[in-house]
Structures are given as structure tokens and as C-alpha cells.
Design a protein around this ligand. Structure first.
Ligand code: ZN
Length: 310
């Protein structure tokens, strides 16, 4: 079903300014930078609804028609991708647990629910929402996550002050109203609760060097291109204080090599992942590895910000 509106025009989400300069032009879209606060965003945005964009094809790595060049799809269900994604989910949960010990967790844009599945197995009370009917039905039926619901991020129907942690992994770049999303998160989360946002970093050396070929310039999915500075500003405006910033690259493969290959690394992780010291060692090694690759070749282009609700 086609949407009524083909394109939607936008103001700057951070400072409402209408003054911006064009950074890139891709098909009928422009990626623009606000002259006042330097927030980078897509204008106009496609009028297609999230339900139309995030269908089964999306999760199986098939590319949308108007997608930009140099973008590869990512099939979540290809066995190796699935296993890598599970490892990534565990690392993400380790991060959340560094700041808060269990409780109620809401994963916004939870996709097929693997992260929540892992969180539930570690004792969290989990909730999740996703715009995609396909992903939600997978999470509910295949992973038994009955508290995952199909819901529009613009209208989150959770009670105020109910969540100990909210996670947004590669979600904020997809939503048309990131400010409204963080305002909702701020309302739903308990005072002192933890918000984690992971998103591509437009101010990274890699993004600058790659220009139009940067892998995260994805149209029609990516509407917002944050940097630490613009994300920090939006978090401050919506009632959060930043606790930690981390920069990452997609797995360099070094850790698996050190542990004797991917299969071995995975079975070690499966065996020891309940041991806090092991998780700490894995996390530290990964961070050292990423720090080195980032420092030496400037390859960091994923930003993760952990913030606390004031
Ligand atoms: Zn602005």
C-alpha cells in the first residue's frame, strides 16, 4: 500500500533552524547540515511508513529500490550473521550491565528480538517494540517473547517511570522525530535509569573520508546522522546526562583469530559467558583491539552513548 505523501520536508531536530547547507545529493534526496548546530539529516524524507520499509525483505538483506549505492544488505538469518549478531547482543548487554544490574528493560526497535532473548535469559524483565510486523511476529513466535509488540516509536504506550534501562541500537538514525523519541524515552525511564544509544558517527574520520561512499549513508532508512556533539545536545535537552561515550568499528576479526578461529571463539563464549570475569576480559580485549585499529587507521565510525535519566 503506497503512502499518501511521497516526501516529507523537515526542520533541524536539534535547534529548529531552517538554515542548512547541502552536504550530499542522492537521487531526489539531500543530506544537509544545520548551519547553527551542525546536525546532519536527510531532507526531504521518504513518505513511506516504517511498516512499508521494514518488511521481511529488509531483515533478509534485500535492498529497497531507492537505496543508495555501495550498500550491501544484511541477512539476519544467514547462520554466520545470526551467530555474530548474537555475540554482538551479548556484548551490548554486558555494556548495559556495567551501569545497572537487572530490572526492567525496553529495547526500542528490537527487530527480531535476539538482544531481548539474551537479556531475558540473564534475568531481565524485557519489553520490546518494533515497527516491523515481520520482526515482531518472529520475536513472539520463534523466541517466545510475548512482551514484544508492534508499535510506532512516535506513540510509545508505556507508563511513566517504569523502565530501568532503555536501549536504542541502530534505531535513532531511522526515526523521523528523534527528539520526540528521546522525550518519550525520558518519560518512560525511571529517574536514574540508563539509556544506551548506538548509531553511526557522521563526524568520524571514516565517514568524512568515504564521503558519498560511507556505508551508513543509507536511503531510505537512515534519516539522521548524529555526531557525539549533536547527540549530546539532544540528550541534554531531553533530560539525560551522558555517562560514557564509546567508539567502535565493526568486528575486526582479531579476537576470533587470537582465540583460534571463529568456531572456537564462539564455543568458548557459550561456555564462559555467565562468568563476569570472562565477559570483562572479552570486553576489555575488544576495546583494546578497537582502540588500536581506531587510533592507527581512524576506522571508528560507530558511536555508543550511555546516559542517565536525571
Ligand atoms: Zn540545528
Amino acid at each position: 500500500m503506497a503512502s499518501a505523501k511521497k516526501y516529507i520536508s523537515r526542520n533541524c531536530e536539534i535547534c529548529s533552524s531552517l538554515e542548512y547547507r547541502e552536504v550530499h545529493r542522492i537521487l531526489e534526496y539531500r543530506i544537509v547540515e544545520c548551519m547553527k548546530c551542525h546536525f546532519v539529516f536527510l531532507d526531504p524524507v521518504p513518505g513511506r511508513t516504517p511498516v512499508e520499509i521494514y518488511d521481511e525483505d529488509y531483515f533478509r538483506g534485500k535492498i529497497a529500490v531507492e537505496n543508495t549505492f555501495n550498500v550491501e544488505g544484511w541477512d539476519f538469518f544467514e547462520p554466520e550473521n545470526f551467530r555474530n549478531f548474537l555475540t554482538q547482543c551479548r556484548a551490548r548487554l554486558d555494556r548495559v550491565e556495567t551501569f545497572t544490574k537487572g530490572g526492567t528493560l525496553l529495547d526500542i526497535g528490537c527487530g527480531i528480538g535476539l538482544f531481548l532473548h539474551e537479556a531475558k535469559s540473564r534475568g531481565w524483565h524485557v519489553h520490546g517494540i518494533d515497527a516491523s510486523p515481520f520482526a515482531v511476529s518472529y520475536a513472539r513466535q520463534e523466541l517466545g517473547l510475548e512482551t514484544v509488540q508492534q508499535m510506532d516509536v512516535d506513540n510509545l504506550v508505556y507508563d511513566s517511570g517504569t523502565m530501568d534501562a532503555i536501549t536504542l541500537h541502530h534505531v535513532i538514525e531511522h526515526v523521523i522525530n528523534p527528539r520526540r523519541l528521546l522525550q518519550s524515552a525520558s518519560r518512560i525511564i525511571k529517574k536514574g535509569g540508563i539509556l544506551v544509544i548506538e548509531t553511526p558517527d557522521i563526524s568520524s574520520k571514516r565517514a568524512k573520508r568515504a564521503g558519498l561512499n560511507w556505508k551508513y549513508l543509507r536511503i531510505p532508512e537512515h534519516l539522521n546522522y548524529f555526531s557525539a556533539a549533536t547527540l549530546n545536545r539532544l540528550l541534554e535537552q531531553t533530560g539525560f546526562g551522558v555517562l560514557q561515550r564509546e567508539y567502535a568499528v565493526e568486528s575486526t576479526g582479531m579476537m576470533n583469530a587470537l582465540l583460534g578461529g571463529e568456531e572456537k571463539a564462539r564455543s568458548l563464549y557459550d561456555q564462559w559467558s555467565r562468568c563476569g570475569a570472562f565477559r570483562w576480559a572479552v570486553r576489555s580485549t575488544r576495546r583494546i583491539n578497537e582502540y588500536i585499529s581506531g587510533k592507527l587507521v581512524g576506522e571508528f565510525d560507530i558511536l555508543t552513548v550511555t546516559a542517565r535519566k536525571r
